[in-house]
Design a protein around this ligand. Structure first.
Ligand SMILES: Cc1ncc(COP(=O)(O)O)c(C=O)c1O
Length: 383
C-alpha cells in the first residue's frame, strides 16, 4: 500500500497548489541502509543539509528504523531540530560547537566533536563537571578541520583532566571517491598511528570512525566501529565503479507538469537572450521549474527533461521560475507529467547525469533543490 504525505516547508498555502514536487521514497532509504550495512561496524546516517535535500527528519527516522544507530549533522541547529522532532538516537555534530552554542547543544544531548584547545575549554566550561563523551577529530591530511596528529596525546590528556570522556576518535578522507588513490591508505596509516599512541597511553576510545560512503563501499579496512554514510543512503553513488553501487535505489524523484504549450514556426527564438533558435516548426512546452527551485541555470545549454517517456531538450535559458522544452512534433498537452530527475517509462535522468552535465558533484545537485519545492514522502509497507 502506498502512503504519501505532503510536508509543508516554505510558503505553505502556495506550495499546496504547485505541481512541482520532490518525492522521497523512504522505502528506498531503508533499502539502502540495509544494503550498505557493514558486517561488524555500526552505521551513522549523515543527514546534514536537511538530509542532502531529502529531509533530515524523515530520512533520519527511516535510516534508524533500518538499522542505523547514529545520525550525523554539520550544525548544532540541525541537531537541535532533530531533537525537537522527537529523535532520541545519538547525534554527532561533525564540526566543533560554535562559541556560545555549547549550552544549547549539550542541553539537547548532541555529541560534540572537538579539535582545538579553545573548543575543548569552552566545552568543559559548559559541561560544568557533567560527564560528557566527546569525539576527537584528527586531521590526517584533508586539512579542513581537525587536530594535528602530533598533538593527539597532549590534547586527550587535557580533555581527560577537564573531566571529559574520550568516547570517539575520528578522521575524514580527502580522496576516497578516487578509487585506488594511495592517499586514503596514507590517511588510514596516520589514523592508526594516533590510535596506537593513545593505546600506549592507556586511552581506548569506544568508537573509532573514518569511512564516508565511498570508503565504506571500497575500503573495508576503514570501517572501524562506525561508518558515516551520506550520499549512498540516498541511493546515489559518490563515484563510478564502487562495489555495491548497483544495489542502491535513488530516493529522490523531481517532477512537475506542463503548464503551457505553444506551436511556433521555424526561426522563432526562445527565452531570455533569445539564444535558442528553432530550425523548423516545433511544439514548445513551458514547465514551472526554474533556478530558484534549484534547477541550475547552467542546464540552459545542456539539460533534458522527460515528457511522455522521452528525453526533450531544454529550449534556451532556464529562468527563475520556469523553463521551456523543445518537444518537436510530438503531441504534448498542458498537465502532462514532466520528470526533471528520476524515471519515466524506460528513460531515467539521474542526479549523477545532471551533475556531470554542469560539471559539479552529485552532492550539490540534490542539496540545491530549494525549500520552495515541497517534499512528498512516499512509503511502502516493509518489504
Ligand atoms: C565528516 C563527514 N563524514 C561523513 C560524511 C558523509 O560523506 P558521504 O556523503 O560521501 O557518505 C561527510 C559528508 O560530507 C562528512 O563531512
Amino acid at each position: 500500500m502506498a502512503r504519501t504525505e505532503l510536508v509543508r516547508t516554505l510558503l505553505p498555502p502556495v506550495t499546496d497548489f504547485r505541481p512541482t514536487v520532490c518525492t522521497v521514497d523512504l522505502a528506498a532509504i531503508r533499502h539502502n541502509v540495509r544494503a550498505l550495512a557493514p558486517p561488524r561496524a555500526q552505521m551513522m546516517a549523515v543527514v546534514k543539509a536537511n538530509g542532502y535535500g531529502h529531509g533530515a527528519e524523515p530520512v533520519g527516522r527511516a535510516a534508524l528504523a533500518a538499522g542505523a544507530t547514529w545520525l550525523g549533522v554539520a550544525l548544532v541547529e540541525e541537531g537541535i531540530r532533530l531533537r525537537d522532532a522527537g529523535i532520541g538516537a545519538p547525534i554527532l555534530v561533525l564540526t566543533q560547537f560554535p562559541p556560545g552554542s555549547e549550552g544549547a547543544a549539550l542541553g539537547a544531548g548532541l555529541t560534540p566533536t572537538v579539535y582545538t584547545s579553545e573548543g575543548l575549554a569552552r566545552l568543559a566550561a559548559a559541561a560544568a563537571g557533567r560527564s560528557i563523551g566527546v569525539h576527537v577529530k584528527i586531521d590526517t591530511g584533508m586539512h579542513r578541520v581537525g587536530l594535528d596528529p602530533a598533538r593527539a596525546l597532549e590534547f586527550v590528556a587535557d580533555a581527560t583532566r577537564m573531566g571529559l570522556e574520550i568516547e570517539g576518535l575520528w578522521t575524514h578522507f580527502a580522496t576516497s571517491e578516487e578509487l585506488g588513490d594511495p592517499f586514503t591508505g596514507l590517511q588510514l596509516e596516520r589514523f592508526a598511528d594516533v590510535v596506537a599512541s593513545l593505546r600506549g597511553a592507556g586511552v581506548r576510545p569506544r568508537y573509532l570512525h573514518a569511512a564516508n560512503s565511498a570508503a565504506a563501499m571500497a575500503v573495508p579496512a576503514s570501517h572501524f566501529d562506525i561508518v558515516r554514510l551520506g550520499l549512498a543512503i540516498y541511493g546515489l553513488s559518490p563515484a563510478a565503479g564502487l562495489p555495491g553501487a548497483d544495489a542502491l535505489w535513488p530516493a529522490m524523484r523531481w517532477t512537475s507538469k506542463v503548464a503551457a504549450v505553444r506551436r511556433l514556426p521555424g526561426g522563432e527564438r526562445i527565452s531570455y537572450g533569445l539564444r535558442y533558435r528553432l530550425d523548423r516548426a516545433s511544439t514548445i512546452a513551458t514547465v514551472p521549474v526554474g533556478y530558484a527551485d534549484g534547477y541550475s541555470r547552467l542546464l540552459s545549454e545542456t539539460g533534458e527533461v522527460l515528457i511522455g517517456g522521452r528525453r526533450r531538450r531544454i529550449a534556451g535559458t532556464v529562468t527563475m521560475d520556469q523553463l521551456m522544452v523543445d518537444c518537436g512534433d510530438d503531441p504534448v498537452a498542458e498537465g502532462n507529467d514532466v520528470v526533471l530527475m528520476g524515471r519515466q517509462g524506460d528513460e531515467e535522468i539521474t542526479a549523477e547525469e545532471l551533475a556531470s552535465r554542469i560539471g559539479t558533484a552529485t552532492y550539490e545537485v540534490v542539496c540545491q533543490v530549494s525549500e520552495r519545492v515541497p517534499r512528498r514522502y512516499e512509503d511502502r509497507d516493509a518489504e
